[in-house]
Ligand binder design. Sequence first.
Ligand code: PLP
Length: 330
Amino acid sequence: MIDLRSDTVTQPTEAMRTAMARADVGDDVYGEDPTVLELQERVAEMFGHEDALFTPTGSMANVLAVRSVVAPGQEVLCEASAHIARAELGAHGAYSGVTMRTWMHPRGQVDLASVQTLFAPEMGPFFVRTAAISVENTHNFAGGAVLPLGDLRDLRDYATGVGAAVHLDGARIWNAHVATGTPLAEYGAIADVMAVCLSKGLGAPVGSLMLGTRDAIEEARVWRKRMGGGMRQVGILAAAGLHALAHHVERLADDHAHAKLLAEACGVDPETVDTNIVVVPRADAAEVVLRAAEEGVRVALVGPTVVRLVTHLGITRDDAERAAKVLAAL
Ligand SMILES: Cc1ncc(COP(=O)(O)O)c(C=O)c1O
């Protein structure tokens, strides 16, 4: 089977498993795991943030990050197909009392005019106040689209002007970095708080981080524990993340090339594929998923008429070429 359902299906490489087996560990709830501390420090530094916190999932990192800048009864604005709105199962409302309003963009981009229209300042005890604006880069359900740095900077300036925070869901920020050459610190600079994942294109089995100020991270540590995310000798997992950062970032360019090849086979303009995700509109999407599986290619149904293909560490050039043949025939 060639598995293109998601970049979360990767297997740890032998070298990653060795790094995990050799990791120095301690009790991270006591803040004593040296490998976790190293990872947190390294990632915070990469993005120019004061501090970082290791979390089991990207969803938890997003929940902790958003709640650190949006109080219960306040709102965050985001694009309608953002992961925080569509795929975290209402966590921001259920755990943090946060509401959301959304703008729509077919490529998940910042639409500053819509943000300005939606933005609600403090208006007394009558209306929900907008406390933060969230962006996702790359944008998963918009086909791994990159958000241009200029748009993000304009949003940052606007948010600063109106006193709102910016949250960046950077689950795949590494792909945006490799696709555009934009330094990670420049992406970090547009956000007050952000989340990044090691368990997507980077190929670690588990792990994400929330980034922000020292105070925000201190508070998030309490909430992580409250949510059941306080982990113990978790340096074994952090070591996988450190290994991935050292060895699996630059190779994302291969995934991007493979995605273009698959796009072409599926009749999608490769120029619209920025990174490692291809979304294919098909009226018979469920049927396509079944038939592709019969031919040895697993693809995902992410909407009634949308098939998604994602390239990753486990897909070689040969796999991509074989999958392209199967998909072209369908
Ligand atoms: C953009 C984005 N943000 C956050 C997440 C959440 O990550 P996790 O599955 O680790 O909770 C995902 C997962 O695919 C994602 O695509």
